[in-house]
Write a protein that binds this ligand. Structure first.
Ligand code: PLP
Length: 397
C-alpha cells in the first residue's frame, strides 16, 4: 500500500480520511526517506568536515533546488526552510514589520485568512503602531475586488492573502491581487498552505513577493515548510532569529550576517524532514500535478452533488473556483456532534472554526464540518461519507 496508514481500521470500519486540509498522509517513499536518513545519513549540515555531514548537506541543498523548481522561483537563494506556513508568515511579518512598518501604516489582509495569516500581522502592527485593513467577501466566499482596490492608500505597506481558503475552498485570484498591490507599489505575501498540494504553483507567474507553505499538507513530514521571498525584497529584510548558521562573523561588538538564504535559517534545521519534503515533491511530480488537480476537481463536483441528498445540509463556500474542501452543517446540529458520529463510522473529518474564527463570525455560526480531499481520496470515500451522513441524519434532529 502506497499510504500505509490508509489500511487502518477505526471502530471496525475502513478508515475514510477526509481531513487532508489539516494534514495529508505520507506515501511509503517519504517514510522510507526519513528512515534512511536516520539509519544512514544523520549528521549536522553545513559545518562538518566529515563524510556524513558533507553528504547530508548536499542532499539538503538538493531539496532547496528541487523546491525552487517546484514553484518556479528564479533562484534557490529565494527558498528558506522553516517549520511550516505559520513560521514562514511570522518570519515575514516580523522582519518586514521591523524594517518597513511605522506608526500609522496599514496592512491589508483578507477576511478569509487562517489565524496564522492574521495574528503575526497583528503582532507586527502592534509593535509599529500600524493597523489591519480587511478585504470583505461575498456569501459565496468570493473576495470583493472593488473593496480591495478601495483599501489602498499612501499608508498601505503590504498585503497578505491566501491562495486557497482552508475553510471555504475558494481559490483566490492571486495573480490579480498581486497586480493590484503592485500597481500601488505594495508587496504581497501569499499563504499557499492549501494550494501547493492541489495545483501547480508558479511564483513568477503569480508575481508575488512572498509565498509560504507547509510540507505536511503536501505529503511531506511535519516540521518543515518553505518561505519563498523575491531576492530583491528578501535582501532588504533583517534576520528573524539569531544563532548559528545565519552569521558570517560574530564579535561581542558587532555581528555580520550570512548571505541568503542562510541568513534566515538560524540553528540546526530539520534535515530529515527537508529530505522527506524532497521525496514528497518527487511523489507529487510522478503523479502529475495536473492529474492531481483534475482528480480532486472531479471529487469536489461529485461530492457537492452527492451531498445534496443529505436532508438539511447547508454549504459554506460555494465560489465558482474552488479546491477540494467542502464545509457544511446539517440542519441545526452542532458540527462537533456530526464529527463525533462520523468518527464512529470510521470517517475522519474536521469540525470547528478551522482557525478562521472571522469566517465563522461572518456567517454567524460556531463552526462547520469540513471534508477535504487529497490525491488518494476516492469516490468510494465520498460515497462512504454520504452514506454515513444519511445514516446519522435522523439522530441529529
Ligand atoms: N494557512 C492556511 C490557509 C492553513 O490552512 C494552515 C493550516 O491549516 C496554515 C496557514 C498553518 O499551517 P501550519 O499549521 O502548517 O503552519
Amino acid at each position: 500500500m502506497e499510504f500505509p496508514i490508509l489500511d487502518t481500521q477505526v471502530y471496525n470500519h475502513r478508515l475514510v480520511y477526509l481531513d487532508n486540509a489539516a494534514t495529508t498522509q505520507k506515501p511509503q517513499q517519504v517514510i522510507d526517506t526519513l528512515c534512511q536518513y536516520y539509519c544512514t545519513l544523520n549528521s549536522n549540515i553545513h559545518r562538518g568536515a566529515h563524510h556524513l555531514a558533507a553528504e547530508a548537506t548536499e542532499r539538503y541543498e538538493e531539496v532547496r533546488r528541487k523546491v525552487q523548481g517546484f514553484i518556479n522561483a528564479r533562484s534557490s537563494n529565494e527558498i528558506v526552510f522553516t517549520r511550516g506556513t505559520t513560521e514562514s508568515i511570522n518570519l515575514v511579518a516580523s522582519s518586514f514589520g521591523r524594517r518597513f512598518l511605522h506608526a500609522g501604516d496599514e496592512v491589508i489582509v483578507s477576511g478569509m485568512e487562517h489565524h496564522s495569516d492574521i495574528v503575526p500581522w497583528q503582532l507586527a502592527c502592534e509593535l509599529a503602531g500600524a493597523s489591519l485593513r480587511v478585504i470583505p467577501f461575498s456569501d459565496e466566499g468570493v473576495l470583493d475586488l472593488e473593496a480591495y482596490k478601495a483599501l489602498f492608500n499612501e499608508h498601505t505597506r503590504i498585503v497578505a492573502c491566501n491562495h486557497v481558503s482552508n475553510t471555504l475552498g475558494t481559490v483566490n485570484p492571486v495573480r490579480e491581487l498581486t497586480e493590484i498591490a503592485h500597481s500601488h507599489n505594495v508587496p504581497i505575501l501569499i499563504d499557499g498552505a492549501q494550494a501547493v498540494a492541489h495545483m501547480a504553483v508558479d511564483v513568477q507567474q503569480i508575481g508575488c513577493d512572498f509565498y509560504c507553505f507547509s510540507g505536511h499538507k503536501m505529503y511531506a513530514p511535519m516540521g518543515v515548510g518553505v518561505m519563498y521571498g523575491r531576492e530583491e525584497i528578501l535582501s532588504q529584510l533583517p534576520p528573524y532569529q539569531g544563532g548559528g548558521e545565519m552569521i558570517k562573523d560574530v564579535t561581542f561588538e558587532r555581528t555580520t550576517y550570512n548571505e541568503l538564504p542562510f541568513r534566515f535559517e538560524a540553528g540546526t534545521p530539520s534535515v530529515g524532514d527537508v529530505l522527506g519534503l524532497g521525496a514528497a515533491i518527487d511523489w507529487m511530480l510522478a503523479q502529475g500535478l495536473d492529474s492531481i488537480s483534475v482528480h480532486e476537481d472531479d471529487l469536489l463536483r461529485y461530492a457537492t452533488e452527492q451531498l445534496q441528498q443529505v436532508p438539511g445540509i447547508r454549504f459554506f463556500g460555494t465560489a465558482p473556483h474552488k479546491a477540494g474542501v467542502i464545509s457544511f452543517l446539517v440542519g441545526h446540529s452542532h458540527p462537533y456532534d456530526v464529527g463525533t458520529l462520523l468518527d464512529k463510522l470510521g470517517i475522519a473529518v474536521r469540525t470547528g472554526h478551522h482557525c478562521t474564527q472571522p469566517i465563522m463570525d461572518r456567517y454567524g455560526i460556531p463552526g462547520t464540518v469540513r471534508a477535504s480531499f487529497a490525491a488518494y481520496t476516492t469516490r468510494d470515500d465520498i460515497d462512504a461519507l454520504v452514506a454515513a451522513l444519511l445514516r446519522i441524519a435522523p439522530m441529529l434532529e
